[in-house]
Design a protein around this ligand. Sequence first.
Ligand code: NAD
Length: 290
Amino acid sequence: MKIGFIGLGNMGAPMASNLAAAGHDVTGFDTVTKAPEGIASAASAAEAASGQDVVITMLPNGGILRTVADEVIPAMGPGAVLLDCSTVDVDSARAVAEQAEAAGLLAADAPVSGGIGGASAGTLTFMVGGSEAAFSKLSPLFDIMGQKAVHCGPSGNGQAAKICNNMILGVTMIATCEAFALADKLGLDRQKMFDVVSTSSGYSWSMNAYCPAPGVGPQSPADNNYQPGFAAELMLKDLRLSQQAAEAVDADTPLGSDATRLYSQFVEDEDGRGKDFSAMLPRFEKRHRS
Ligand code: NAD
C-alpha cells in the first residue's frame, strides 16, 4: 500500500519503519523529527497524505489531531483511509472520523497499548473504532505493527476502550502500591505479600506482571530504579482523558477521579515526572496517615 505517516515521534517512527520493512511505500511528515531510514520525507502533512491509500497519524493530543485532520482530509482521495493511532479524547476521535467520512473517506481510531518497546517489536495491541470496511482494509497493517487488533465498535470506541483500560490500570497500580506500603508498616515481607496476593483474589496485572516492589515478581521498571516503562505523566494524560469522557457522558467514576488527583499531585508537585507510574510505591512508603 501507499501510506502517509504523520507524527514520527517515539511511537510513530518505529511503527512507520515496520510498515516500510514489510514492503509498503511509506512517506512521513513530522514538524520536528526527521523521517527514519526507509521512509520518504514530505514537506507538509498535506503532501504526505496526498495520493495515499492509508494515512496514519500518531500525534500528542486531540487538538493537534484536529488541526492535522483539517490539513490532510482535503488532500486525500475518495476511498482512502484515515487511521489515527494517537491517544486522544473520544470527542476529537469522533469529530475527525465524521469529517473524514463526510469527505468520502474511511476512518478509524486505533489507540495502542504496548509502549515504545511494542512499537519497535511490532507487538502493539490496537483498540479499533470505525466501520467494518475500515477495519478490514487496515487489518494487514495492524498485523505488521502489532500482535492483536480488537474491533471495538464505531468511531471513538477504540479511544473509549483505551481510557477505560488505563483507568483500571491507574486505580489498580495505586491500590497495589498503597497495600505494599501498608504491608511494610505491618511487618509483612514484600516477597510473602507477592506470593499471597499474586495467587489470591487481590491479583492484577499491576501486581503479577508489573510488580511495583523492586526485586519481587517478574522484572519490571521497579528493578531499574523506576525508569519508564510507562511514565507517570502518560498515565496522568490517560486518566485525565477518562475523566473528561466521564464528565461528557455523566458517568460516576470516583476511583478514576481519585487516581487522576493522585497522579496529578505526583507528577506536578512531587517529582514524579519522568518516573515510571509504579513509582507510586516509594511515594506511599514515605507518607503517613494525615
Ligand atoms: P512523541 O511526542 O514522541 O511523538 C509525537 C510526534 O508528533 C512528535 O515527533 C511531534 O514532533 C509530532 N507532531 C506534533 N505536532 C505535529 C504536527 N502538527 N504535524 C506533524 N507532526 C507533529 O509521542 P509518542 O510517545 O510517540 O506518543 C504518540 C501518541 O501515542 C500519544 O498520543 C501518546 O499518548 C500515545 N501513546 C504513547 C505511548 C508511549 O509509551 N510513548 C504508549 C501508548 C500510546
